[in-house]
Design a protein around this ligand. Structure first.
Ligand code: ADP
Length: 404
């Protein structure tokens, strides 16, 4: 019996021991499995958080990079990768990746001083931050570097934002050119007037009525030129102001606009024995727009055709038709035309074809086509030009029928 108990006790202890060991092993196995699961969860959460962070940074329009203390790139968002032509950026030094030292300098300066650095870099001609070929003439970038202090790791990384400001830079350039060109264009007639005034007053020309009259009429011609330049500039600036009320939209028959323009140019048409032809649907065409600017558009285009061809008995055609949702309008002539090299510049402010410009008797400010283009754009339309000198020069316009 006692033996039995001894055996039982021994057996029970053995079983208990076995159960305990099993439990311990299971517990260990379970906690190891739990740790593994927890690790997996953590990794998955981290991965997700990283993906969310990356997609947020990829959604930025600007290039965004993180650079470590050794000036190596540690992160680049989608815009940065696109900007640098999908070249490998990660773990590369900024000096190597940016190529142009002016971009890397901003980052290095920021890291050296600990202060934020913002600099504007303009690449002239055909370079971009990566040295890629560009056709835009120049492009401008703002590079903005600032330290990211107190990161959990204790490191001091630098965040770099590179923003394309080419459009703003171009606009600024256009404004500067406009002011420079306008001053130049105004200075010439003003200097002439001043010269004649000096003659009249200081040299006593005023006492010779015939001569004085001739001087005064020259001065009048130049004051007329100044007032036309100023008027044209005001029209352009009104159109460029982007104010909603710039245009007084109404519905009117396009034919009435053509008639207004012909009335204003009648004597020139007659004197030059020019032929003006109108091509439009029998039912006419109704335009939804600002009548004043449409008359101005037609006037400038037809006046150009006439004044560039004073002795050619030029034939000018003004046409319009409805095409789908658009109205197409064209003004063509069979005169001297525009050399193909000048065609891309023809709508630029103050641009005049060199060859034509030398014909001293042709009046003009070089602003007529700029006004035409801006007026059409203000109506939501586009204008283009084709020219085969001596055969046909055609300005073609497309505007939405109803202004949206
Ligand atoms: P401008 O006041 O000198 O006429 P525009 O801006 O209206 O200025 O025109 C710019 C230049 O384009 C003109 O000086 C002229 O050389 C050229 N041009 C415009 N229209 C014509 C045309 N129909 N035929 C030939 N040249 C033209």
């Amino acid at each position: 019996m006692s033996n039995f108990f001894i055996i039982l006790a021994a057996g029970t202890t053995g079983v208990a021991l076995a159960i305990l060991l099993l439990h311990q092993r299971r517990a260990r196995r379970r906690s190891a499995a739990e740790v593994d699961a927890w690790k997996l969860r953590l990794e998955r959460d981290l991965k997700q958080a990283r993906e969310v962070r990356n997609s947020l940074l990829d959604a930025l329009g600007d290039a965004f990079l993180i650079v470590d203390t050794n000036a190596n790139i540690r992160f680049a968002n989608a815009a940065a990768r696109a900007l640098f032509g999908q070249r490998e950026l990660i773990d590369r030094p900024v000096r190597e990746a940016f190529i142009d030292p002016r971009l890397a300098d901003a980052v290095i300066r920021c890291q050296a001083t600990g202060e934020p650095v913002q600099s504007r870099v303009v690449f002239s001609q055909q370079t971009s931050p990566l040295g890629d070929l560009e056709t835009r003439g120049f492009n401008a970038w703002i590079i903005d570097a600032a330290q990211l202090a107190n990161l959990p790791s204790g490191t001091h990384s630098t965040r770099v934002i590179i923003r394309d400001v080419t459009a703003e830079h171009q606009l600024e350039q256009v404004r500067k050119d406009f002011v420079a060109n306008a001053s130049h264009e105004l200075r010439t007639p003003l200097a002439i007037i001043q010269g004649y005034l000096e003659n009249l007053i200081d040299d006593d020309v005023i006492k010779e009525p015939a001569m004085a009259r001739r001087f005064l009429s020259v001065m009048r011609k130049h004051t007329e030129r100044i007032s036309r330049i100023v008027e044209d500039m005001l029209v352009i600036s009104r159109l460029e102001s982007g104010e909603v009320n710039t245009l007084k939209i109404e519905q009117f028959p396009f034919r009435s606009c053509i008639q207004d323009m012909i009335e204003r140019l009648e004597s020139v048409i007659r004197n030059q024995q020019a032929e003006v032809v109108i091509a439009m649907p029998d039912s006419g065409l109704v335009i939804h727009g600002d009548r004043f600017y449409w008359t101005q558009v037609l006037f400038n285009l037809v006046e150009n055709a006439l004044k560039q061809n004073p002795h050619n008995h030029v034939r000018v055609e003004i046409g319009c038709k409805a095409v789908g949702e658009n109205v197409e309008i064209w003004v063509s002539d069979n005169g001297v035309g525009i050399p193909s090299a000048d065609l891309p510049h023809i709508f630029r402010r103050f641009f005049r074809v060199e060859k034509h410009h030398s014909q001293q008797e042709i009046k003009g400010t070089g602003l007529g086509l700029s006004i035409v283009k801006r007026a059409i754009e203000a109506h939501g339309g586009t204008i283009g030009v084709t020219s085969v000198p001596g055969h046909e020069t055609k300005f073609h316009i497309a505007v939405p029928h109803e202004r949206r």
